[in-house]
Ligand binder design. Structure first.
Ligand code: BG6
Length: 515
């Protein structure tokens, strides 16, 4: 298989990932099968995995190594038939093992320690251990505390001086500020903050990483990147799926705001809004992002939340030509559910740069297509020359397409050819696929390598997570605890969301960009 130019270049300028034993808790789950193992397999195919890497899946079901490997192979064949190669799979999977234990059973962790020691005695993993907590969230505490009680949070006594023990923690990182603080305490009682990697897979997306480069490595954007020149910013994450595969059970306890806005979309917003960091170190970047989160104007009370946030559920409709049931009729969703499948927000950032520039953020399930993009809408030039010319009212828009069709485009005004003076909005477009010859690697590939390399730049720090929850909690509070909560709107599955979300922008004389 061809090697991946993105990663090779990256490895030359960043820390190199080091060999380790990666232990995945929740190894029988979807994330392990559909994201983590495929990411590791792709890295192996590209020759980018550190030599001597071993993987141990830790989960409750009884399974042999062979049965575990067979199940993983089946999914790889199904999701990426083009990259599946039997010989490669065999050499990769002989380094993958299974360890059965209840998450609450200390003996299981002691057994794990013995297994780690055996592998290390045979020369695997170089004494480095990466514990990836990817189970159902109710077991996060148990797993972390048992790791500590079994002494696995520390480097083994006979390991080399540079050996490490790290923890990667999956989302959801708490369900509100209180639970996030609690989990942070448990994590930090177990692992040092610098050995803790809180996953937000949006940060691993190539286009999200490109935001800093676009802003700070080009001379032409940053001088305009402020309230003198930017009218507003939109961040949209549209999904054309509902609650397939039993997902309703989790989703109905979370909702769009907690599931996607608290983490992924506020992370994107921070990257767009942050000041230039002093350097590219993990803390240099995260210091600036956290300042943005601390500057989010809080919404207190049902009235403010009602005026700035729209929540909605889908009713029955048609998505991609297929009939879709209403959210409340979905499998494993409470028929009287008050969980939103769509949310739109008007967010203000109270700092020097962004005073008066609204950030409109929306996320919805069962919309017409899957697309995530950020658009920066610039102010109009002075209306003295072309204000009477047909077509002159279009704005300059810089669009960052996070996915799919990754790229960046700029809309600008052009004269239509011909004797009359008419204008039309035209587009300059950069596409990853055409410029770089291939698409971007999966976010998890990058994030796994970074955790093995000890680079936490693309992982959320404790204070980022807590500040994001602080902002989100006020909205959740107004929805679920206020005497007269803001109402739940509706939108037909397959539409672009409720009218109330359009109205949110119309009140400000603006409209959502059509994706
Ligand atoms: C997850 C959410 O974190 O991100 C899901 O829990 C969502 O609800 C998913 O569908 C979206 O990720 P991506 O990479 O497909 O945009």
């Amino acid at each position: 298989m061809e090697s991946n130019p993105f990663l090779e270049e990256d490895l030359d300028i960043r820390n190199r990932p080091e060999s380790c034993i990666l232990v995945i808790f929740g190894a029988t789950g979807d994330l392990t099968h559909r994201k983590l193992i495929p990411a590791l397999y792709n890295l192996a195919a590209e020759g980018n995995l550190p030599p001597g890497l071993k993987v141990i899946g830790f989960a409750r079901r009884e399974k042999s190594d062979a049965v575990f490997r067979d199940g993983l192979e089946k999914v790889i064949k199904e999701i990426s038939p083009a990259t599946y190669n039997q010989r490669l799979w065999e050499s990769f999977s002989q380094n993958v093992f299974y360890h059965q234990s209840e998450f609450q059973d200390l003996e299981g962790y002691e057994g794990l320690r013995t297994r780690l020691e055996q592998i290390e005695a045979e020369g695997g993993g170089s004494g480095n251990r990466l514990f990836y907590v990817a189970s159902a969230p109710e077991f996060f505490d148990d797993i972390l505390l048992h790791l500590r009680d079994a002494g696995l949070n520390k480097v083994a006594a006979n390991a080399g001086a540079d050996a490490w023990a790290r923890a990667v923690v999956e989302k959801p990182f708490g369900t509100d500020l209180v639970t996030a603080k609690h989990l942070n305490r448990v994590v930090n009682d177990t692992f040092h903050e610098s050995d803790t990697y809180r996953i937000d897979h949006y940060l691993g997306k190539e286009t999200a990483q490109n935001i800093m480069v676009l802003r700070f490595a080009n001379a032409i954007f940053e001088p305009l990147w402020n309230n003198r020149h930017i009218d507003h910013v939109q961040i949209t994450c549209a999904e054309n799926l509902g609650m397939e595969g039993g997902r309703g059970a989790y989703y109905d306890t979370a909702g769009a705001l907690r599931d996607m806005v608290q983490n992924h979309l506020l992370q994107l917003l921070s990257l767009i809004a942050m000041e230039p960091p002093t350097d590219l170190s993990a803390d240099g970047v995260r210091d600036e992002k956290v300042k943005v989160l601390r500057s989010l104007r809080p919404m207190s009370g049902a009235d403010e939340v009602g005026a700035n946030v729209v929540r909605a559920q889908y009713t029955a409709g048609v998505v991609d030509g297929k009939e879709a049931v209403a959210y409340r009729r979905e499998d494993r969703v409470n028929p009287g559910s008050l969980t939103e499948s769509f949310v739109a927000l008007r967010i203000h950032i109270d700092n020097w740069r962004w005073e008066g520039v609204p950030f409109y953020v929306r996320m919805g399930k069962q919309l017409p297509k899957k697309a995530t993009e950020i658009s920066i809408h610039f102010k109009q030039p002075p209306a003295v020359l072309f204000n009477t010319v047909p077509g002159a009212d279009s704005e300059n828009v810089l669009v960052i397409r996070i996915q799919p069709n990754e790229g960046i485009s700029l809309r600008m005004q052009s004269k239509l050819p011909g004797p009359a003076l008419r204008m039309e909005s035209v587009k300059m477009d950069f596409q990853y696929a055409t410029s770089f010859g291939k698409g971007s690697p999966e976010a998890y590939e990058r994030l796994l390598l970074d955790a093995m390399a000890g680079d936490a730049t693309l992982f959320a720090r404790r204070d980022e997570v807590e500040n994001a929850w602080k902002f989100i909690d006020e909205i959740e509070h107004a929805w679920h605890k206020a005497e007269t909560p803001p109402k739940m709107a509706e939108y037909p599955a397959g539409s672009w969301g409720p009218q109330e979300a359009d109205e949110l922008l119309r009140q400000d004389g603006r409209h959502w960009r059509r994706l």
